[in-house]
Design a protein around this ligand. Structure first.
Ligand code: MN
Length: 219
């Protein structure tokens, strides 16, 4: 199978002013595209292995690869981890963001979750403000390039939420966790608008989190 760059579910300028259109366009058409291209290149070296996920929806087959990297032939394992992870993480990232209002006016509760995910966040972190602070601190503290995640452990009887960070394009799936929310903190995600001010990018990003999609992933 060949992986393909997914279309964004909104226009490049839809997340303005929090994430600028130029950053979104380069991030999607250049960075994300490169992960897709390099993942496909790696898999052509092992067509029989690539066939093991043939016919499945893209994200499902990527989840299988990332959940079981030790099953990937050794000479392409790193490429699958990095570029397969890159393709997965970016597809996920586009999905869990959205403009908060079609008119650009933010509702009073912009960036706050509702429903079961809101209840779970309160249960595990105290309240939304505390969760946001912990997540932001984790994201700011990542050394180099990586991601911050809200992840779900489905192993325990009571669904457990945790905040974790990963390096490069690694994903919680490879640790047996399900990602519910993810923030790209590679410089390419914010450098044009925010330069070295990672914490400003993180603060702005909360305004474009699509909590409806996070809720769908959670329940
Ligand atoms: Mn990125």
């Amino acid at each position: 199978m060949k992986y393909e760059l997914p279309k964004l579910p909104y226009a490049y300028d839809a997340l303005e002013p929090f994430i600028d259109a130029r950053t979104m366009e380069i991030h999607h058409t250049k960075h994300h595209q490169t992960y897709v291209t390099k993942l496909n290149e790696a898999l052509t070296k092992h067509p029989a292995f690539a066939e093991t996920t043939a016919g499945k929806p893209e994200l499902e087959s990527l989840e299988e690869l990332l959940a079981n990297l030790s099953a990937v032939p050794e000479d392409i394992r790193k490429a699958v981890q990095n570029h397969g992870g890159g393709h997965y993480n970016h597809s996920f990232f586009w999905r869990i963001m959205a403009p908060n209002s079609p008119t650009g006016d933010l509702p009073a509760q912009a960036g706050e979750p509702t429903g079961k995910i809101a209840d779970a966040i309160t249960k595990f972190f105290g309240d939304f403000a505390k969760f946001k602070e912990q997540f932001s601190n984790a994201a700011v503290s990542v050394f180099g390039s990586g991601w911050a995640w809200l992840a779900l452990s489905e192993q325990s009887e009571s669904k457990g939420l945790s905040i974790i960070t990963t390096s490069n394009q690694d994903n919680p799936i490879s640790q047996g966790l399900k990602p519910l929310l993810g923030l790209d903190i590679w410089e390419h995600a914010y450098y044009l608008k925010y330069q070295n001010r990672r914490s400003e990018y993180i603060e702005a990003w909360w305004n474009v989190v699509n909590w409806n999609e996070v809720e769908k992933l959670f329940i």
